[in-house]
Design a binder for this molecule. Structure first.
Ligand code: SAH
Length: 382
């Protein structure tokens, strides 16, 4: 097992809360957390960790600012607006980190300013890099406070000449007072404006604003468990709720009669539809909607659903979603959760309404951080 390394930014950054523990102990910490929160529903399988728990993130984000005349890039110190300078991070993709450092140097030589949140003047706010580990494609998103991009083509060429691995560069304009990184307007400066990744034998398009799992190695483990728990027989109707770019539903489609994906983010739904085509999947449909509303409407139509795969954000599922799940009454539910606290709350509801938890599998998607992902198999009591 890899020895644990201490990062010089450990205390200031706050991103890797468990970094002071050797990896094996981080895993037992997460196992215990799951037992405490979920143990009353079922035995907890042993958490699946990573063989090499470093540089696993395929998506890296850096905030930019200027302090005492010096341009800094890095991460916000937890619960503050202070930027901790970071040039390399032990959980981030190395190439992405190098690109961000290059951009910081280029800003200086192009005399481009960083954006100032107080005066609302300046140019660059954030940089987002997404990289496909399997196909090598790299997307750079320059998040700017203004639409105007002085010396745009020269800047783009300078960046490309230093990093030939970049396949697309996008400008995203965020001129709002917000803690969100990305704004509404995107402009492609180079390439296609998206990248593709290969995962578990399928191909997926990733655009700047769509959610895509950040740890591809463990995503395969997580999805693999979800599909194993789903145990599809080819004749079933499946809902992929909170489907993002449709990854899980597309992977399940080979063994399902019909898959219905629902997702709130319009860009993700667009990607999902393209992804179905890219993989020649014709038994899947995607809908842009709130998962709870969609399920409620579906329940009214009397549709028969055999399996619901759900992968909500940290807040868990809405009560509306859970109520309509009970009305739809699928035999099987596979719940993928990035927050065992809300999972415990939602399981409490489902287990009082005729469902039983049959399997609980934690997966370490975010080594060194306190976060733990759990996939859970639930089925109707006969
Ligand atoms: N299953 C996907 C995405 C999981 S992340 C994957 O594995 O890649 C959770 C997703 O839920 C995000 O794409 C987010 O945009 C979406 N989401 C958040 N709130 C939602 C809601 N109320 N209804 C539907 N989708 C929602």
């Amino acid at each position: 097992m890899t020895e644990h390394i201490k990062c010089p930014n450990y205390k200031k950054c706050g991103g890797c809360q468990l970094q002071n523990l050797p990896y094996e102990r981080q895993l037992s910490f997460k196992q215990v957390k799951c037992i405490k929160l979920l143990g009353r529903y079922h035995h907890i399988n042993e958490i699946i960790g990573m063989e090499n728990p470093y540089h696993y993130r395929n998506k890296v984000q850096a905030a930019f600012t200027t302090k005492n005349g010096k341009i800094l890039s890095g991460v916000y110190q937890s619960s503050t607006h202070n930027i901790v300078p970071v040039d390399s991070c032990m959980i981030e993709d190395k190439i992405a980190d190098e690109i961000i450092v290059t951009i910081r140097k280029l800003l200086k030589s192009f005399k481009l300013k960083t954006f100032d949140d107080n005066t609302f003047k300046g140019f660059l706010r954030h940089v987002l890099v997404k990289r496909s580990f399997t196909l090598g494609q790299v997307m750079v998103v320059l998040v700017t406070g203004t639409t105007d991009f002085p010396n745009e083509s020269k800047f783009v060429n300078a960046l490309l000449s230093r990093h030939s691995e970049i396949t697309t560069i996008v400008q995203n304009v965020n001129n709002k007072r917000t803690s969100l990184v990305l704004g509404n307007e995107t402009r492609v400066l180079y390439g296609d404006g998206y990248i593709e990744d290969e995962l578990m034998g399928k191909r997926f398009r990733i655009s700047p604003k769509a959610f895509y799992q950040v740890n591809p190695t463990q995503t395969a483990v997580l999805y693999g468990k979800a599909l194993e728990f789903a145990n599809l027989n080819g004749n079933e109707t499946v809902i992929d709720a909170y489907c993002g770019t449709g990854t899980i539903g597309i992977l399940a489609s080979d063994k399902a009669k019909r898959v219905i994906g629902v997702e709130l983010n319009a860009d993700a739904v667009k990607d999902a539809k393209v992804n179905a085509q890219l993989n020649d999947v014709d038994n899947i449909e995607f809908y842009e909607d709130d998962a709870g509303k969609f399920m409620t409407n579906l329940a009214v139509t009397g549709e028969t659903v055999d399996l619901v795969i759900m992968d909500p954000p940290r807040a868990g599922a809405s009560l509306e979603f859970l109520r309509s799940l009970i009305t739809l009454s699928p035999e099987k539910v596979v719940y993928i959760s990035c927050n065992p606290e809300t999972l415990a709350r939602d399981l409490s509801f489902l287990t009082r309404k005729g469902y039983k938890v049959r399997k609980i599998q934690p997966v370490d998607m975010f080594p060194h951080t306190e976060h733990v992902e759990v996939v859970c198999y639930i089925s109707r009591i006969k």
